[in-house]
Design a protein around this ligand. Sequence first.
Ligand code: F6R
Length: 604
Amino acid sequence: MSCGIVAYVGPRKALPVIFDTLKRLEYRGYDSAGVALLVGKEIFLAKQKGKIKDLEERLKDEDIPSKMGIGHTRWATHGRPSDFNAHPHLDCSGKIAVVHNGIIENYNELREELKAKGHNFRSETDTEVIPHLLEEYYQGDPLQALQKAVSRLQGSYAVAAIFAGVDKVFFARKDSPLIIGVGEGENFLASDIPAVLPYTKKVIVLEDGDTGFISESEYVIFQGDKRIERKIMEVPWDQQAAERGGFEHFMIKEILEQDQSIRDTLRQRLHEDGDIDLSEELAPLADKLPNLRRLFIVACGTAYYAGMAGKYFIESILGIPVEIDIASEFRYRAVPIMEGDWLILVSQSGETADTLAALRDMKQKGVPTIGIVNAVGSSIARESDVTLYTRAGPEICVASTKAYTAQVTVFYLLGLYLAKVLKGMDVRPYGQELLTIPHKVSQVLAKREEVEKMAEELYKERDFFFIGRGMDWGVALEGALKLKEISYLRAEAFAAGELKHGPLALIYDGVPVVAVVTQEALRDKMISNIEEVWARGARVIGVLREGDPLQESLAMSFTIPNTIDYFTSPLAVIPLQMLAYYISRKLGREIDQPRNLAKSVTVE
Ligand code: F6R
C-alpha cells in the first residue's frame, strides 16, 4: 500500500533530513508518522497519529545527536491509525527498528508462531512481525537476519531496518517501490524519487528480491545470496515533476497506476484459485447477512457511476433488487425502508457531505451500512458498520480515475462473495477471470498513444456525446463526466435506447459520438443505435472488444482485451479517461485542478 519510507546515513543531523525527505512522500499516506534514530548503542523512537508536521512540532526542541535513521508516513491497511500502529516498529529488546511499506499476507501465522516463542506484540499491524523475526534470526549479522526474515514473508514489502550499535541501514524489497539515493559521503533510501531530489539526483531503482544496506560511504546490493551492481540513474526532473513521478500531471500518473491499484484492491480478497473471501471484513454484519433482501447504493459523481456497475452486476449475479441513488437526492427523498434493506456508500474521500448525511440518516433507522472508501480513517470509513477499502492510494488529481476502477473492483468482489455465501454459488470461474483484469488493464494502458492521436483529431470539437447500454451506460456517463470536468467542453451521455426519445435532436453533421460497445449481449441493439446517429451524420468513435468487426465501419475506435460482459467496465473506462486527458492537454487546461471544483466536497 501507499505508505512512504525513508532512511538516511551521512554527516548531517539525521532528524531534519528524515522529516524533509518524508514530507515529500506525504502524498503516499498521511494518517500517522514516525522516526527511529541511531544514537550510539541505542535507538531513539518517536511516532504518533497525525501528520508529519505534528510529530516535527513535538520534537522541535530536541537536539538528537544522530546521523542515521529511518522514517515513515503511513496510510493504514492493518490496524486503525493510532500511535501504537504508527511505524517504526521495534522488536522486544528495543534494539531493532523497522519501517515497512506493503502488505504481509501471512502475518497472522507468523504472529502466532512468534508469540509462541515468547515475543511480545504491541500493535495491530502486519509489519510488527518483521522486527520480531529479525530479533529471532539476528546472530551478529543484520543482513543475514534480514534475508532470512524476508524469506518468511508472503505479500509485498519495502523494508528499512536499523540495529542498535550498527551504523548501516538494511533494506529489502518485493512488489513495493524502493530506491537508493546515492549522495556524496551520504546515502538515502526512499519509496519514491522526489524524497531525495534536493540532496541528490543519482538514484538506483531497486528490484524485487533485492536486499542490502547503505552506509555513509557505500551501498551494497544482493540478489539472493549474490552481490550485484545496479545502474545509477541520473534523474532529469525538477522537484515538482518528480512528485508526479516525472509525468506532466497527476491525472495521467494516476490513470497509469490502475493496473496496480486494482491488483492491490484484489489482494488477499481474491485467491489464486478464484475463490473470494471477505468474511473477516464483513464480520461485523455476518449475523445479519442471511436477512439481506435489497441493497441501496448511494454516492455522488464518479463514485455514483461506479455504483451503476455495482448495481447491474449484483442484480445479475445475486438476483436481489439493487437501487442506486445520488446522495443529494436520496437524503431528501422519502425512501420507504423495509426489513432486510442494506445501504452501500461509495466515496473516494470518505468525507462527501451528502454521502455522509445519507449514511447517518440510515444508520439511525437501523439499516446496516457498508462503506466502499479510499481514504483510510475518513468519516464514512469510521462510521459505516463495515468498510471495504479500495486500495487506490492517494488520488491527487481532482478528476477521479483510479478510485473509480478500484470501486468497481470492490463491487465485483462483494457481489461474488455475497453470491457465494447467500446462494452457495461456485464463484471460482468468475474469480479466475477477475484475476486476469489487472494484466488486461496494463494492455489497455500500453495503448495510450492511440488515444492521444484520437485526441489530436477531436480537440477542436465543441460537443461530445457518449452512448452505451447496460454496464456500458455507466461507463459512458463516467467518460462524459471526465471530459466535461477537465476540458470544459459539452459532453453528455445517454442510455443508447433513449436517443430517439429526445437526444437524437442534438445530433448534427460531424458531431463526435463515443459509442461504448463491450456488452456482447447488447451488441446488436447498440449497432441499431449507432445507425441512428450515423444517419444524422455523426462521427462515431467506438470503444469495442478486440476483434469486433464493427471496427472497420467506424471513423475511429479503441479496442479492449476480451473478458466476460461483467468485467469490461474497468477496461472500457480507461480510453475515455485518457481521451479526456489528452483533449484537455491539447486545450491547455489546468488538468489537475479544474476550475470551480474541489477534491473533497464537504459542503452540501
Ligand atoms: C469526478 C469526481 C467527483 C467525485 C464526487 C464524489 O471526477 O471526482 O464526481 O467522484 O465528488 O467524491 P467522493 O468519491 O470523494 O465521495
